[in-house]
Design a protein around this ligand. Sequence first.
Ligand code: MN
Length: 248
Amino acid sequence: MIDFHCHLDLYPDPGSVLTRLARERVYVLAVTTTPMAWNGTRQLVGDTPRVRVALGLHPQVVAERYAEIDLLCSLIPETRYVGEIGLDGSEDYTASFGVQQQVLAKALTACATNGGRIISLHSRRAAREVLDAIETHPGCGTPVLHWFSGSITELHRAIELGCWFSVGPTMLQSERGSRLAAAMPRERLLTETDGPFTKTRSGPLMPWDVNEAERELAKLWGCSQKTVDGTLTENLRRLVSVGEATSV
Ligand code: MN
């Protein structure tokens, strides 16, 4: 199982989450919302097998934290994974949209300067602008669009641009989300939870809840969950090996 976008450091008890992750052999990309959390999260994860940490600056905190882009850029040589970065065009964040675009451009430039990175990107209500940014920063690496919610036309543009996608249980339970997921190339797909931000009645989604997403994908693809898991694991292996050629 793979959770390629979760906020491990924001769970109330990350230590116990890590213990279970190790036991259940889940592959995890622990994204961060600010570069200030980078070192702490790396220490937290330690040498837990299969768990990697991404360096991020979330678009929803850019209004207050835009100055931290310099710290993010200075830390990029230390990581293979960048995220969560991106743009949020929803109402609460329109005031900072221009700054968000500047911050994203700087981050993608730094990724390109350092030979490319694997990048987990937020694009809520801003699919077009995120794709524009990817297009104008060739060499930034491999963008993985997390919880993509653009139009089908934008999805096709993202595929053309070489993007990958990570999809979660909540997205796959909606009709629109599952229609998008069905149109995503199977060989460029990963699962995610976006926990603990994503909640169900029984509490925040946990990384092993990607099990739900695998089950939904099995329905969409008309195959067994085991086949889905095999495909996703193969995808992750390929994604990471692509990064190896150019990255730290
Ligand atoms: Mn997130």
